[in-house]
Design a protein around this ligand. Structure first.
Ligand SMILES: [Zn+2]
Length: 293
């Protein structure tokens, strides 16, 4: 018969063991859930893109320089497809076969950056520079990204280099960038270079704290802000909900800026959704409204 002391020790050991097992099981499930990569994501770039949120934007961006619509026009949709550069040209061509004008935002320094820009241009789409910027997510925004730690000189050098890496650029928007777009000084350095190129800027609004559009407005750069992200969830039903949100904004405000990505799911959804939408809205290139007025 064990003494009460050894009984106490045994009980304590059992309690400790039980607690240890619970902690181990808990952390196993936690890490399993947090480490599951989204399907079909390319390395680093897309994974980080998806997490570089918050997406909802309670703070109202400055009014864009999009001109007011001529009386007779239907609500306007500016569609931007982000992250061209690493997907092969078959996918670029497939997007280009969508029966509406759109802008393709091309990442610099990717294997298909130049060829994607060429295809987009040949197909009369707008080519935009998709500027990789530091976000709050740990993921890497890409080579030679605009990082918060850069000096003014290095920041400017990288913007110029990126502008040279993608041909036919008529505008730019940010890839990730929740840290940098929230910094007035850094955005001023960056947007001075955009201004010098006489191209437009679209704030992707990857953070509620972004001041990118505000700084662009102060610098008198043609600018606008994203209203809707189409494909944070890569499923038709979710994309359709976002699409309808976008069309509703277009009808209420006259125009909307919708950003999607080079995902096959997005392409499939757009193939289904665009033909219906063209009955009630007009798709228009951002350069037409931001640069030609
Ligand atoms: Zn992106």
């Amino acid at each position: 018969m064990p003494s009460s002391r050894s009984f106490f020790v045994l009980t304590s050991i059992r309690i400790w063991l039980a607690a240890l097992v619970i902690v181990l099981i808990g952390s196993f499930f936690y890490f399993r859930v947090t480490s599951i990569a989204p399907p079909q994501s390319p390395p680093a770039l897309l994974k980080s893109k998806v997490k570089d949120v918050p997406r909802a934007s309670p703070i109202k961006p400055p009014s864009s320089t999009l001109s007011s619509r001529p009386r007779t026009d239907r609500p306007r949709v500016i569609l931007i497809i982000d992250d061209f550069g690493y997907v092969n040209t078959d996918i670029v061509e497939a997007f280009c076969r969508l029966p509406v004008p759109f802008a393709g935002a091309v990442l610099p320094y990717q294997p298909e950056s130049r060829s994607s820009a060429e295809r987009l241009k040949q197909n009369k789409k707008d080519v935009m520079l998709h500027l990789p910027m530091e976000g709050r997510a740990l993921a890497n925004p890409g080579p030679d990204a605009l990082l918060d730690s850069l000096t003014e000189q290095e920041m400017i050098r990288r913007v110029r280099k990126a502008l040279q890496a993608v041909p036919h650029v008529v505008g730019a928007n940010n890839h990730m960038g929740s840290v940098v777009t929230s910094d007035r000084v850094k955005m001023n350095w960056i947007l001075q270079e955009i201004k010098a190129q006489r191209i437009f800027f679209i704030d992707s609004r990857t953070a509620v704290t972004t001041v990118a559009a505000e700084v662009a407005e102060k610098l008198q750069i043609p600018q606008a802000s994203r209203h809707v992200f189409l494909d944070d969830v890569k499923e038709f039903k979710a994309i359709e909900i976002q699409w309808k949100r976008g069309l509703k904004i277009a009808k209420q405000q006259g125009q909307v800026i919708i950003i999607g990505h080079v995902y096959p799911e997005t392409l499939n959804a757009l193939q289904r959704l665009i033909p219906v939408a063209t009955k009630e809205v007009e798709f228009i290139l951002p350069s037409k409204v931001l640069l030609e007025n």
